[in-house]
Write a protein that binds this ligand. Structure first.
Ligand code: UDP
Length: 323
């Protein structure tokens, strides 16, 4: 198939692009390179540097490539930043996303795979989080993704745009070639590994007084290659649907740090800090639906394999993509 990928220079997008190319798909990437890196775009893909705010450029790129499907990764995705700059989240994740949908309608492209998030659920009353739970985001990031999910229902009903929305839990790890390099790194695993590489003094732990066994937040870390596999499976779906995408396992912040100590063999200093606004204490995926309907299952169940792949990439790319 021909797949048009927005945000294909970012962490998750770049690895999904690589995996699709490896499986014989033809891929075009559109990215404005504000968060992404040119070097993260697989050289086998066609590249358009453009912003989703530029509707004409998006129509030209999609019209010229004539894809079977669009995968939409381009977005801002930092909970903390969204709590101080909500405008950026609603503008980029919602308004600019509508430009993409309209360009698809204009060009007659009817399949869409959307990067959604477990942050659409807020603080759920029940764990694990399955698709039946109410979505009540507690930060503008989650709200922006929920708004877009709702918009997708209407584009499906009115324009016949068939979508698969994948609500990621915590993507982590790397492929051989591509890994996680954010210009401002806020994510846990890369920050811990920076300490192991000697690039940071200590890792900050945001909140040690949560109602969890060790007092730190619990997340469901999913290997990036398992995440990519779910996207590729979604391409074959005929109907629209929403899926929670995580392994169903939970790891606390302290457990992640301990795991990084084991994998890297380094002492990793920690500093305990107050809670980060907008962070729910526990997020674990109920993944029955995606296992049943997409036949998906995680190849990497344990945090150690995930951290090992991230560490291998960071050791080979200590300066990230170098831009
Ligand atoms: N976290 C932390 N120190 C860091 C980065 C993150 O303690 O340097 C915590 C964060 O508060 C959350 C968990 O680690 O509880 C995962 O955060 P991350 O930003 O990686 O992903 P999120 O769950 O926000 O998408």
């Amino acid at each position: 198939m021909k797949i048009f990928v927005t945000g294909g220079a970012g962490y998750i997008g770049s690895i999904c692009v690589e995996q699709m190319l490896d499986r014989g798909h033809e891929v075009a990437v559109l990215d404005n390179l504000t968060e992404g890196h040119r070097a993260a775009v697989d050289p086998r893909a066609t590249f358009f540097q453009a912003d989703l705010a530029d509707r004409e450029a998006v129509v030209r790129a999609i019209g010229g490539f004539s894809p079977h499907a669009v995968m939409h990764f381009a977005a801002n995705a930092l909970v903390g930043e969204s709590m101080t700059n909500p405008s950026k989240y609603f503008r980029n994740n919602v308004a600019n996303g509508i430009n993409l949908l309209d360009a698809m309608v204009q060009c007659g492209v009817t399949r869409f795979v959307f990067s959604s998030t477990c942050a659409t659920f807020g603080i759920p009353g029940k764990m694990p989080i399955d698709e039946s739970l109410p979505q009540q985001p507690i930060n503008p990031y989650g709200e922006s993704k929920l708004m877009f999910e709702r918009i997708l229902r209407w584009y499906d009903e009115i324009h016949g745009l068939r979508f698969t929305a994948l609500r990621y839990f915590n993507a982590a790890g790397a492929s051989e070639k591509f890994g996680e390099d954010h210009r401002i790194e806020t994510h846990l695993i890369p920050n811990v590994l920076k300490v192991a590489l000697g690039q940071k003094e200590a890792v900050e732990i945001y909140g040690t007084d949560y109602e969890t066994p060790d007092g730190t937040c619990i997340r469901d870390y999913i290997h990036i290659l398992d995440l990519a596999d779910a996207h590729i499976r979604a391409l074959d779906r005929e109907e629209s649907g929403f899926f929670n995408l995580g392994t169903g396992g939970g790891t606390s912040v302290r457990e992640v740090v301990d795991c990084c100590r084991r994998v890297t063999g380094k002492d990793i200093a920690v500093v305990e800090k107050p809670r980060r606004p907008g962070d729910p204490p526990r997020l674990i995926a109920g993944s029955d639906k995606i296992r049943r309907e997409l036949g998906w299952q995680p190849g990497y169940q344990d945090i150690e394999a995930i951290v090992r792949s991230a560490w291998a990439w960071h050791q080979r790319h200590p300066g990230g993509y170098g831009d």
